[in-house]
Design a binder for this molecule. Structure first.
Ligand code: NDP
Length: 283
């Protein structure tokens, strides 16, 4: 029988641990704090960043949301980042993507202090991940790893197939799987026979943005299936995996919603606490 991987439950357990870590830091005179920056007026993004602030509050952390107008210049944004970088009261920085089209994200992210780069955007942090010494990995791939590990199935030696090669999800997820000694295949839109690859996967990660792309007949019986996709179809949120057919074949599977998303939000808190604890330890 398929095991449903309960992202909400896992997130709740991780948050309880976060609350303990916050208490310890506060005892040492440090109130962990996340800065969230959003540029522009996309309502969904604003809802997203405001819920990050609520997540912080729920575990006793502090946060500040910087809501910048869409005509903010790139140099104004960089000045703000540089100001936050040297603010000793702020330990983590989340820069909400995408930025407005008049900005070049590559030119902006290099101005996030790599010690506060809790979503792993800085090229040095990306390079550290590629070299097998991750400092901060992006939150969604870290969440994917947490969910795979929650099954208790060892990753070492398994065939892992990641569908999607974006810099924020697919590629870093593949790097993290490689670091755990999986044999990793990365598929993308130019992959010739996707099913041929997915059928080999003991661990299958979907990070595509195409609703229901992965169907049950593309899954190896007993595989762990992690669906990072978030797609709106007929007013509902669905993943990249066709859940109904996939659950008949998979050994374990994440639902959408309630799988990768809640754990990703919690990883952001965990990374901010990592940053605050490093400062507390004098590193
Ligand atoms: P991108 O659009 O940046 O990347 C999509 C990837 O999927 C690309 O590598 C693309 O290939 C590949 N792809 C597209 N179509 C196909 C296809 N038919 N077959 C195989 N591969 C295909 O998306 P993201 O990585 O940013 O996001 C992926 C999904 O994850 C989205 O649904 C997004 O909403 C969700 N997401 C979820 C998060 C969470 O916390 N749960 C956080 C971030 C994103 P190519 O490179 O060749 O174009």
């Amino acid at each position: 029988m398929t095991n449903l991987i309960d992202g909400k439950g896992i997130a709740a357990e991780l948050r309880a641990k976060c609350a303990e870590r916050v208490s310890n830091l506060i005892l040492n005179g440090i109130v962990p704090k996340l800065a969230v920056i959003i540029v522009g007026d996309d309502p969904a993004s604003h809802q997203y960043v405001n819920s990050r602030a609520a997540d912080c509050k729920a575990v006793g952390m502090d946060s500040t949301v910087y809501e910048l107008p869409s005509d903010t210049t790139q140099s104004e944004l960089i000045s703000l980042l540089e100001q936050i970088n040297v603010d000793p009261k702020i330990h983590g920085i989340l820069l909400q993507m995408p930025l407005p089209i008049h900005m070049n994200p590559d030119e902006v992210v290099v101005h996030i202090s790599r010690d506060k780069d809790v979503d792993g955007l800085h090229p040095i942090n990306i390079g550290m991940l590629g070299s097998g010494k991750p400092s901060f990995a992006p939150c969604t791939p870290s969440s994917i790893m947490q969910l795979i590990k929650s099954t208790g199935v060892p990753i070492r030696g398994k065939n892992a197939v990641v569908v999607g090669r974006s810099n924020v999800v697919g590629k870093p997820a593949a790097m993290l799987l490689l670091q755990e000694n999986a044999t990793v295949t990365i598929c993308h839109s130019k992959t010739v026979d996707l099913k041929e690859h997915t059928m080999q996967a003991d661990i299958l990660v979907a990070a595509v943005g195409v609703p229901g792309l992965i169907t049950g007949d593309m899954i190896k019986p007993g595989a762990i299936v992690i669906d990072a996709g978030i797609n709106r179809v007929d007013g509902k949120t669905v993943g990249d995996v066709d859940f109904e057919s996939a659950k008949e074949v998979a050994g374990a599977i994440t639902p959408v919603p309630g799988g990768v998303g809640p754990v990703t939000r919690t990883i952001l808190l965990m990374h901010t606490l990592d940053a605050a604890e490093r400062i507390n330890a004098g590193n």
